[in-house]
Write a protein that binds this ligand. Structure first.
Ligand code: FAD
Length: 414
């Protein structure tokens, strides 16, 4: 399908595809087995200048948006969803800094993330607080010009490998959701250490770590946006980031289909390629159709989001204000419903397609020295992280009811 990409966007796709095939494909099985962090590939991604495609040129990025980030995430995930995540977690860290950071914070933290010199991570999850993020227990207590951080975060993607972390603490437990504050915490800050490294089903090239804060002092200047506004920061970040999970899911599904198509065209039974059986052909057709539908939803949604985000970024830089303030001034809307739709649809497609691909390949599809089962394991996480698909459906339904009620009110008033 021709989505009308610009020449630069086509070049980005070609570059990330080439890197995925030449550099990632030969080592993806090794990293899946060893669960080591793929530093050599991170170096290749740095050299290709892919870490900052979505960040403004003023901070060393390429000036693209969510669309460009999605393009490269899809191509990298098409070869390995775990290695792709090493780049994507940096975007999950830099997005709240871009949107909610002060001009000084943008200048201080974004250039190193854009160049890939430093990796970034984002952590709100705790052992007792997952879907219900507002129930988090980690605390930040004011002490002069500093805050003292205490508590444990878990399941942090690119944990330990990153240098810059956006982390959420309660600065006022009595206020519940309104007492949560986002902080930027740098690796090496005394009192900030790493706990358990998780052993996972999929995306095993990316490290998933526990973060431990024990009387960790951070300056007040590291508060992202405003005290007590952390949940707003997190929710808006997820609005911008969830389509990226969609792009990862689309890439995983496409990669599984590529391998399956190649195999079923040469695998013969009853003297003919198995792809020529109608039962297999229809499954291939269904997989390809579902992937294209997910891609079309992704592209349409992120283009619309970028059309609002990018002018706000320009305005914020020109006027020395936060992007969030610029978005308010430009009457930008929230994209919670649409970004949840992209995530739910694409991740469900990825799970269905990769499961069907294992089926179409038969016994070899189940073996670990054949790449298709890895795609199925990698696909599963896209239905879970950045808010489970159950939670996304709750959000979509809530927005539908709200929109219907507001249309009714408008009709009654007119
Ligand atoms: C590999 C991996 C990487 C991760 N990376 C990060 C990261 O980098 N940063 C970060 O902050 N977090 C990260 N997470 C955490 C992830 O976002 C959470 O696991 C996820 O949000 C679900 O939370 P939970 O695991 O506590 O499940 P729970 O909240 O305990 O949910 C359990 C089940 O109940 C369902 N459920 C819960 N509430 C409702 C409801 N209201 N309605 C319907 N169903 C409901 C859920 O859908 C789920 O099926 C990661 C997780 C994994 C596994």
């Amino acid at each position: 399908m021709d989505y009308g990409l610009t020449e630069l966007q086509r070049e980005m796709v070609a570059l990330s595809r080439e890197l995925a095939v030449k550099k990632i494909k030969p080592v993806r099985e090794k990293y899946d087995e060893s669960e080591e962090f793929p530093w050599d590939i991170v170096e290749e991604l740095r050299k290709a200048d892919l870490f900052g495609v979505y960040l403004p040129e003023e901070y060393g990025g390429m000036g693209g948006g969510l669309f460009e980030l999605g393009l490269i995430s899809e191509q990298l995930s098409r070869t390995c969803g775990g290695i792709a995540l090493c780049l994507m977690t940096s975007s999950l860290c830099s997005m709240p800094i871009l949107v909610f950071g002060s001009p000084e914070q943008r200048q201080r933290f974004l250039p190193d993330i854009a160049s890939g010199k430093k990796l970034g991570a984002f952590c709100i999850t705790e052992p007792g607080s997952g879907s219900d993020a507002s129930s988090l227990k980690a605390t930040a207590v004011a002490d002069g010009d500093h805050f003292i951080l205490n508590g444990v975060k878990n399941f942090c993607s690119s944990g330990k490998a990153s240098e810059t972390y956006v982390v959420f603490f309660s600065t006022n437990p009595k206020r519940g959701a309104r007492g949560i504050t986002a902080f930027i915490v740098e690796k090496g800050t005394p009192g900030f250490t790493f706990g358990k490294k998780e052993k996972k089903m999929g995306i095993r090239a990316n490290s998933t770590h526990e973060l431990v804060f024990s009387d960790c002092r951070v300056p007040k200047a590291n508060i992202l946006f405003k005290e007590g506004m952390g949940l707003l920061v997190a929710q808006n970040t997820f609005d911008f980031a969830r389509p990226g999970v969609g792009a990862q899911a689309i890439g995983i599904a496409q990669g599984a289909l590529d391998e399956t198509l190649a195999y079923t065209r040469v695998r013969k039974q009853f003297d003919v390629p198995v792809a020529s059986f109608q039962a297999i052909g229809h499954m291939l057709a269904e997989c390809a159709t579902q992937i294209e539908a997910a891609r079309a939803l992704f592209f349409t949604t992120v283009r619309a989001m970028d059309a609002e985000l990018l002018p706000a970024v320009k305005k914020a830089i020109a006027e020395n204000i936060t992007v969030y303030e610029a978005m308010k001034a430009l009457n930008c809307r929230r994209w919670s419903k649409e970004s949840a739709m992209v995530k739910v649809f694409s991740s469900d497609v990825a799970m269905k397609v990769t499961t069907d691909c294992v089926q179409m390949c038969g016994g070899i599809g189940y073996m670990r020295d054949f790449p298709v089962e890895k795609y199925m394991r990698d696909a599963k996480i896209t239905q879970i992280y950045e808010g489970t698909n159950q939670l996304q459906r709750e959000e979509i339904a809530r927005m539908l009811v709200k929109e219907a009620a507001s249309s009714e009110r408008e009709a009654a008033g007119s």
